[in-house]
Design a protein around this ligand. Structure first.
Ligand SMILES: Cc1cc2nc3c(=O)[nH]c(=O)nc-3n(C[C@H](O)[C@H](O)[C@H](O)COP(=O)(O)OP(=O)(O)OC[C@H]3O[C@@H](n4cnc5c(N)ncnc54)[C@H](O)[C@@H]3O)c2cc1C
Length: 509
C-alpha cells in the first residue's frame, strides 16, 4: 500500500467526483521506481471503478499517461507523483474525467486560442512546493487544448536526463525540447510568454481607476479589498498574485490561523480578492509611474493605466550577493530556494551564504540531503536565533565560517567552487563544491520608481502614518516601505491603512 490511511480516505472522496472513465496507460520496468508507480496506479484503480490501468510502452519508463475515452489528454507523469505532486495527480484525474478546471473563462479562451504544437516537459523534485503550480497549469493547458501536451518528470527518477541537461533548479520547463523557463510560473505568465495574454491596448483601453494597487502580495490584496469595500473603482496589477507567500512553507504566525502553507494562503488571498469588484491584471509588471492630472502607471507591455490614487505594494525579493559568478551560474549551481532545489544536490557539497535565520534554516534543511554544508557568514558571529544555531552545531556535516567575505563563485559550465576572504587575516580561501545557496535577506522591488517617490538609501519607500508617500495621491504598503518589520500580518495591516489613507485623499480632493 503506497498511500497512508488518511490520504486514502480523502482521496476516495475526491475520486467520487470523477465524471467519466480515465485509462492510465502505464510503462513500467522491473526497477524500484516502476514497482512503486505500479503499486500507486493499481491502488488508484482499486479505489475507483472509473480508473482502469493498461500496460504499454511509452517514451519514458517508468511513466503513465492519462486517457479519457479513447482520447489522449496529453498528460504524462514520469516517476511517482507523490509528495507535493500528489495534488497534481488528483487534479489531473478529475480534469481528465471531465471536471472543468477552476480557472477564469478568459484564461480558458486564451488556452483554447493557442494554435500549434506545444510539447512541455517539466522537471520537478517531489519536495519542491513551487513545482505543483507549474505542473498543474501545464496540465490544465493539455486538458483544454489538443495541441498541448505535458510531462511531469521527477528528477530523482530520471537522474541521467537531469545531468545531461545540467538541471540544478526546479521546476525546469522545456517546450519542444528547448528550455522555456525555470522557477515559479503562473498560468497567466505562461500564456503571456506564449503571446496569448491580454494585449496592451486591451489593458490600456479602460476607464481611469479610483485606486490602482501595484503588487498582489498580502499588502496589495488587503489594500485592494479595503478600497473595493468603499465602492470605488479598484484595480490591481501584479506580476504574481500571492507574492513572497508563494515561496513560504509553513505559516504559524498569521494570528487566528494556527497553521497554513504558503500556496494555500496565496490561493485564499486570490479567492478573497475575487469576491469583490476588483479589476485584476495578473502577470503584468509596472515599469514607470508619473503624476499628471491623474497618476499614470506604464506596464512593461507598453500599456498605460490611469488612476486618481495609486497604492504601491511591490514587496521584496531575495538579495543577491553581487559577486562574480552569481549571475552566470543562476540555476547552474547558484540557488535561492533550498526547499525547491535542495534535492538536486543530493550527495554533493554546498555552501550557504548568510548566517541569519533563513540561512541557518536552509543549512539545517540541506544538511539532511547533501554531503556537506559550509555556512559563510560575513559578520564575526551568526545572527540566527539561538535554538537554530544549537541545532546547526549538532549536525556532523556542517562547517561554519564567520568573518567570511564571499569573493567569487567559480566554475565553467556550472558551479565548481567558492572563493572567500577571511576578514580577520585577509587570506583568500577556496572551497570545491557544486552548489551555493544565497540567503542574505531581501531587497525592495522599487528600482522602477527611480526618483518619482522618496526612498531610503536601501530603496524602501518612505511613508507617513497614513501610508502616504512624497507624491500626493501615491500611497505605499508592506515590505516595499520603510516599515521596520516585514511580516504577512504587518503587510496586510499596512495595506488596509494605505487604502483608507487613499480613500481619505480621494474624498478630500
Ligand atoms: C521564505 C519566506 C518565508 C516567510 N515566512 C513568513 C512567515 O512565516 N510569517 C510571516 O508573517 N511572514 C513571512 N515571510 C514574510 C512575508 O512573506 C512578507 O512580509 C509578505 O509577503 C510581504 O507582503 P507584501 O505584499 O508587502 O510583498 P510581497 O509578498 O513581496 O508581494 C509583492 C507583490 O508585488 C508584485 N510585484 C513586484 N514588483 C512588481 C512590479 N514592478 N509590477 C507589478 N507587480 C510587482 C509581486 O509579484 C507580488 O505580487 C516570509 C518570507 C519569505 C521569503
Amino acid at each position: 500500500m503506497v498511500l497512508d490511511k488518511d490520504i486514502q480516505a480523502q482521496l476516495e472522496q475526491y475520486l467520487q467526483l470523477m465524471e467519466r472513465d480515465v485509462l492510465l496507460k502505464v510503462s513500467a520496468g522491473s526497477d524500484e521506481v516502476s514497482m512503486d508507480m505500479l503499486a500507486l496506479v493499481h491502488e488508484l484503480a482499486s479505489m475507483s471503478p472509473k480508473i482502469q490501468v493498461e500496460r504499454v510502452s511509452l517514451p519514458r519508463t517508468p511513466s503513465f499517461r492519462l486517457m479519457r475515452g479513447g482520447e489522449d489528454t496529453g498528460i504524462t507523469f514520469a516517476g511517482v507523483p507523490l509528495g507535493h505532486e500528489f495534488t497534481s495527480l488528483v487534479l489531473a484525474l478529475l480534469q481528465a474525467s471531465g471536471r472543468a478546471p477552476k480557472i477564469e473563462d478568459s484564461l480558458v479562451k486564451q488556452i483554447q486560442s493557442l494554435r500549434g504544437e506545444y510539447h512541455f516537459e517539466t522537471y520537478v523534485s517531489l519536495s519542491c512546493n513551487v513545482c505543483p503550480d507549474v505542473v498543474q497549469a501545464l496540465n490544465v493547458m493539455s486538458i483544454l487544448n489538443p495541441g498541448v501536451t505535458h510531462t511531469m518528470i521527477d528528477g530523482a527518477a530520471f537522474k541521467d536526463e537531469v545531468e545531461a541537461k545540467d538541471i540544478l533548479a526546479v521546476p525546469a520547463v522545456y517546450l519542444n525540447g528547448t528550455l522555456f523557463g525555470s522557477g515559479r510560473m503562473s498560468l497567466e505568465e505562461i500564456l503571456t510568454k506564449l503571446g496569448s495574454g491580454p494585449t496592451p491596448s486591451e489593458l490600456a483601453d479602460q476607464d481611469p481607476f479610483d485606486v490602482l494597487v501595484i503588487g498582489g502580495g498580502p499588502a496589495g490584496a488587503s489594500a485592494a479589498i479595503y478600497a473595493a469595500r468603499k465602492g470605488i473603482r479598484t484595480g490591481i496589477v501584479a506580476e504574481r498574485l500571492g507574492g513572497q507567500v508563494l515561496d513560504t512553507l509553513g505559516i504559524e504566525n498569521f494570528i487566528s490561523v494556527k497553521y497554513t502553507e504558503g500556496p494555500q494562503f496565496a490561493a485564499q488571498l486570490e479567492e478573497h480578492v475575487k469576491q469583490y469588484d476588483i479589476q485584476v491584471m495578473k502577470a503584468q509588471r509596472a515599469k514607470r509611474l508619473e503624476k499628471k492630472s491623474l497618476i499614470e502607471v506604464e506596464l512593461e507591455s507598453g500599456a498605460v493605466l490611469k488612476s486618481k490614487a495609486v497604492i504601491l505594494a511591490t514587496g521584496a525579493r531575495w538579495r543577491n550577493v553581487g559577486v562574480p559568478g552569481e549571475d552566470k551560474f543562476k540555476n547552474k549551481g547558484v540557488a535561492y530556494c533550498p526547499h525547491c532545489d535542495g534535492p538536486l544536490y543530493q550527495g554533493k557539497d554546498v555552501a550557504v551564504i548568510g548566517g541569519g535565520n533563513s540561512g541557518i534554516e536552509a543549512a539545517i534543511d540541506l544538511a539532511g540531503i547533501v554531503r556537506h554544508v559550509t555556512v559563510l557568514e560575513f559578520m564575526p558571529e551568526l545572527k540566527a536565533d539561538a535554538v537554530l544555531q544549537k541545532r546547526l552545531y549538532s549536525l556532523p556535516n556542517v562547517t561554519v565560517v564567520t568573518n567570511a567575505a564571499t569573493k567569487e563563485i567559480t566554475g565553467t559550465d556550472k558551479v565548481d567552487g567558492i572563493t572567500y576572504t577571511d576578514r580577520d587575516t585577509g587570506e583568500v580561501h577556496h572551497i570545491d563544491l557544486q552548489g551555493v545557496f544565497v540567503q542574505i535577506g531581501l531587497v525592495p522591488n522599487t528600482e522602477w520608481l527611480g526618483d518619482t517617490v522618496e526612498r531610503t538609501r536601501t530603496g524602501e519607500i518612505v511613508v507617513d502614518p497614513r501610508g502616504a508617500t512624497s507624491v500626493p495621491g501615491v500611497f505605499a504598503a508592506g515590505d516595499c516601505t520603510n516599515s521596520p518589520y516585514k511580516q504577512i500580518i504587518i503587510s496586510m495591516g499596512s495595506g488596509a491603512n494605505a487604502a483608507l489613507g487613499a480613500f481619505d485623499y480621494l474624498i478630500r480632493t
